[in-house]
Each structure stands twice: as C-alpha cells, then as structure tokens.
Design a binder for this molecule. Structure first.
Ligand SMILES: Nc1ncnc2c1ncn2[C@@H]1O[C@H](COP(=O)(O)OP(=O)(O)OP(=O)(O)O)[C@@H](O)[C@H]1O
Length: 570
C-alpha cells in the first residue's frame, strides 16, 4: 500500500505506530515512503516541528495535533489531525528478515531516520511495556529526559545506536528502559514468543569500572523491583568468580552487567552462554576502546549475540549476522574511534543525541590527526574537542586557582569551606599520592577517603556507600574509577592534577551538576600550568575563571582575568 502525503507547510517528522510508515523531515512532497517495522507499539506519534522545537519539549498537543488510536483492528491506524494538514497513517506489513533460530529482524535502512521525537511529557508515550511503566511510576520516574525521549523509540525499533549526551543527562535509563521492555519479567508480551523457551542471557552490559558496573546493576534491580532482582547478575572483576558462575547457573539471569576482563574470562571458560543475546551495551565506550581492554573486548564482540549456525544454509550474511544483535554504544564523548567501532560492530548505526537521531555516517567526525597521538595535542582535534564540549553539563561553573604544589591540599580545603561543598570528588592523575592527600585532609578534620583500582572490592564499595550517604565529605580518586559514577549529591569537583585533555576534563566535571543540578568545578594548578588551563578554556568554550579563596570566600580575580585576556591566546 502506498502512502501519499500532501504538502505541509512545516518540516515535520513523525513516528507512527507498529508496522506503519515512518516518515520524516522535509516538506512532504508526494512520494513513496518505505515501510519500517517498529518492535515497540506507540500509542501516539510525535511530530517535530522545527519552529516549535526551539520552544522546549515537543508533544502532539504543543503542536496543536490531536491524535487517537483506533484499536481492535489487526493493523492499528493512528489518525492525526493538525491545524495544517490531515495525515492518515495506516499500517503496512513490515519487511523482515527471518532465520530459523532468530527473531524476525527488520532490515534496517537508517536513511529513513532523520529526527526523533523530542522530550515527551511521560514515559508512557514512548511505547514501553505497561509493567515497566508501572515500575517507573513506583520509582517516581515519570518524565523522560531529552536523550531518553530520543533513544527509547530508536532502540525499540531495533537500530544499532551510539548514544551521546552530556554527563548526568540520563543515558543509563536511555538504554536500560527499551531493553527491559523486551527482556526479563517486565517485557511486553511477544506474539511469536515460543512457550517454554529455555531462559538465556538476552542482554550483556559492559562497563569499564567495577563501580560503574555495580551502579548499573543497582539501577536494573531498582527497576525490576525486589522480587525480580535475580534477573540481573553482576560479573565485575574483583568479586568472587566461582560465586558469580554459581549464580549464573542457578538464577539463569536475563541480563548480565560486568567489566570486560571478567565477562571475557567467564565466557572463555564456557560458563557464559550469550549466543542468543539480543542486546550488547558498551557504556563509557570510549574507555572500553582503550588498549588495555582490546583482547577482552574482541572476545565479547565476537561471541555475544552470535547465534549457533545450525547448517551451512543458515550461514548468515554479514548484515544479518550483525543485525541479529543490537549493539548500543554509550558515552558523553564520541571521538572518531567510537564512530569507527560503531560502523564495524553495528549495522547502519544511528547517532542519538538529546535533540536528534541521525545516521552516524551523516555526522562528520574527523579522525584524530597522527600528530595528535599525545594526549594534550589529541584534544586539539576538533572531533575530540567537540565531544568534550557536548559532554559538559550546561549548569556548571568553572574556576581555577593558582598555588604551589605543596599547598594544593590546603587550597582545596579552603575551597571546600568557601563553597560550603558537602560532597566533593577530587581527581589526581596517579594512584600513589591519593593516600597522602587523604591523610592531609583527615589531619585537618575533613572526612576523606581514596578510591582506585588497587583497592579490594569490599573497600571500594564501602567507600562509595559512605560517600553517597554523607559519611565522607571528600572522595580522592583517579580517572577510571570515576567514569560514569553517579552521585547526585556531588556539588564540587576539584582537579588536584590537570586532566590530560578536554575529554578527561569534561568527564571529571560531569561528576557534578547531575541531571541539571548546579555544580562547581575548581582546578588547582601551579603558575606554570596556567597556559594549559587557558587551552582547556579555549577548547571547551567555557569560562574557567581565575579565583582565590580568602577569609572563607571564593573571589574571582577580575584584574587577573583581564591581564590574561590582554596577553591573548598563547
Ligand atoms: N527521567 C529521569 N527522571 C528523574 N531522574 C532521572 C531520569 N533519568 C535519569 N535520572 C537520574 O539522573 C542521574 C544521572 O543519570 P545517569 O547516570 O544515567 O546519567 P549519564 O548521562 O549516564 O551520566 P554519565 O555520562 O556521567 O554516565 C541518576 O541519578 C538517575 O537516576
């Protein structure tokens, strides 16, 4: 059936219900639009109108569009009347690729996607399963963030995606919710569900640090509810491996969350069966691409979601092989290395941001130039810098304070008092000096603790718990253990050592100002390092103001600022 749409005055984008047409931006001329299978069932369609878009979240009502769904028919029809044009969307049989042992998978044609529904008023407009909506309401999670509004429908329609949005903008739920809508006890009833199907692992989530891995496990447990916690299993390093293997056997979880080394280790031992896995999520993916995870990541990518090939005729084409598993890459920063990975591990991946969903191939992210191999120069490459800028929470305030190396801790203590900060994360580049920093802070009566990879799992989780419940005021840590960490109460980030580039600056800064909250970032440096702060300031396009802490107050050094500006860029 051909859908013909009259010209409309506005460039609009619409998502429609199951099995219907997806049509997209640009003034709709008379043309055939190809069908597109949606796994999730929308009870509404959301239009994007460029004009209205800039005035905040878009919903049908905000666009003056009334919609109703005629139910009871096999194919649903969503009638949309707008003041400008009447558009009738009717259902069509989607094209699917079906194999003997995999679920029907729509052959993806990302060219059809141009924009996504924007911030909608509630999760129930995003086609999530009713059971999951109930759980969200019980957890007082009612309104999706922008990146969630864009990511949830896109993932539900079986696209491989790269989710990029600034730190603390809700990327974790952006991928967890569509997965929980399809997998585990909260999933939608699936028409072609074969009864008595052996429970198997259907989603693998990989995180670069134990803390982040455990944080994601707690988020899944929170959503599943106390009775269904066993559907998710942690496979993080540092924990007892045989206990993890016993739990896998006993609980047969639908979702596993872990660090690359431990997942690869248990998979290699033949104790982790992920060939039927439908989702592979790589959280903080730019970290997971680093050299030290190479072997483990290779194993995970080669095995997760790679179904058994029963007979030669089942040999899957490269496209279908890749499309049998949905690959979801997540990070606040998306340097070229992530783009390259998405292209090789996914099929027609889409770049999902807070306000847009576009084919990844349509975004020009230049390669890091060979000369940018060293970290400081690397951040001069526009892709890296752009990634950092995109990852900075908008409500943050940035300062720097000059002092001698031996006075840094004392300066930080004065900074904490001046800002009356309650939960401070202080970053250093190496593990060794962390203990000394804690010792000095404790010596001045400030409750502090160190967090790094050399500590045992128990010490690390106890430290995190104490920090989150306010028993500790300062957490002194290094880069890796802080990636993705979510401590909503964190109101101050201090750089005791300069970050190596703008991306690292942005990820550190993003530990505060979570989900739009206020936050301060203070970099304490020596005079000889001021030029690096200026470079970061230029690359990030944020005001990192010179300041000092005297008589219990933070004062911005205006004249110093003017002097610096007068010197011009170095
Ligand atoms: N729709 C929502 N409504 C209310 N709170 C939310 C919502 N989505 C996420 N949150 C909360 O916001 C905080 C930040 O979410 P999350 O950690 O997923 O952000 P992120 O973008 O993954 O951050 P990072 O880039 O640092 O990993 C969490 O405490 C989370 O529980």
């Amino acid at each position: 059936m051909e859908l013909v749409i009259g010209q409309t005055q506005r460039s609009m984008l619409a998502y429609a219900s199951r099995g219907s047409y997806l049509f997209f931006k640009d003034s709709f001329c008379l043309r055939k639009l190809s069908a597109f299978r949606t796994a999730g069932y929308h009870r509404s369609a959301v239009f994007r109108n460029q004009a209205a878009h800039d005035n905040g979240p878009l919903t049908l009502s905000s666009l003056g569009i009334k919609h109703k769904v005629e139910s009871g028919k096999k194919d649903k029809v969503v009638l949309l009347e707008s003041s400008k044009s009447a558009v009738k969307i009717s259902s069509v049989k989607p094209k699917t690729v079906k194999n003997s042992w995999t679920r029907p998978v729509a052959v993806k044609d990302a060219r059809e996607i141009d924009g996504a529904p924007f911030a909608v008023k509630s999760f129930s407009e995003l086609g999530l399963s009713p059971l999951l909506i109930d759980r969200l309401e019980k957890e007082q999670l009612t309104m999706p963030t922008d990146v969630q509004s864009a990511a949830i429908p896109t993932i539900s329609q079986k696209h491989d995606v790269v989710i990029q949005s600034y730190t603390g903008s809700g990327k974790t739920l952006a991928y967890l919710l569509p997965i929980l809508s399809e997998v585990g006890p909260l999933k939608k009833p699936i028409e072609d569900e074969r009864s008595g199907q052996k429970p198997s692992i259907e989603a693998v989530i990989v995180a670069p640090s134990r803390e982040l891995g455990m944080q994601i496990v707690r988020e899944v447990e929170r959503l599943l509810g106390p009775a269904d916690k066993k559907f998710v299993q942690q496979l993080v390093g540092g924990a007892n491996r045989s206990r993890q293997e016993e739990a896998l056997k006993k609980n047969k979880p639908a979702i596993v969350v872990g660090t690359p080394g431990r997942i690869a280790e248990i998979s290699a031992a033949g104790k982790l069966h992920t060939h039927n896995c439908r989702f592979l999520v790589l959280d903080e993916v730019d970290q997971l691409l680093s050299f030290n995870y190479r072997e483990d990541m290779h194993r995970i990518l080669e095995h997760v979601g790679r179904g058994p090939v029963a007979k030669p005729s089942d040999m899957l084409s490269p496209l279908v092989r890749r499309s049998e598993r949905q690959t979801i890459l997540v990070s606040a920063t998306v340097p070229f290395s992530v783009v390259r990975a998405a292209r090789s591990w996914g099929s027609n991946p889409l770049l999902v941001r807070a306000k847009s969903v576009v084919p990844l191939d349509s975004v020009s992210i230049p390669r890091a130039t060979p000369s940018a191999l060293n970290s400081v120069a690397e951040s001069t490459s526009s892709s890296v810098t752009q990634g950092a800028i995109d990852s900075l929470p908008p409500a943050l305030k940035h300062y720097y304070c000059v002092t001698k190396a031996q006075h840094k801790i004392d300066t930080m203590r004065r900074c904490i008092h001046a800002l009356d900060a309650k939960a401070v994360i202080a970053f250093m580049n190496n593990t060794k000096p962390l203990k000394d920093a804690v010792f000095k802070l404790e010596g001045r009566g400030m409750k502090a603790a160190e967090l790094h990879g050399d500590l045992g799992k128990l010490v690390r989780s106890t430290t995190m718990k104490k920090f989150k419940n306010g028993e500790l005021r300062v957490l002194v840590t290094n880069e890796l253990s802080a990636r993705g960490l979510d401590v909503p109460e964190c109101d101050l980030v201090v750089n005791l050592d300069l970050p190596t580039d703008s991306i690292h600056y942005a990820h550190r800064a993003g530990r505060t100002g979570r989900l739009g909250r206020k936050g301060n970032v203070v970099t304490i440096c020596e005079q000889s390092e001021v030029f690096v702060v200026k470079k970061l300031r230029r690359q990030l396009g944020v005001a990192i103001q010179p300041c000092e802490f005297t008589e219990g107050k933070l004062t911005v050094q205006e004249e110093e600022e003017k002097k610096l500006e007068a010197l011009g860029p170095k």
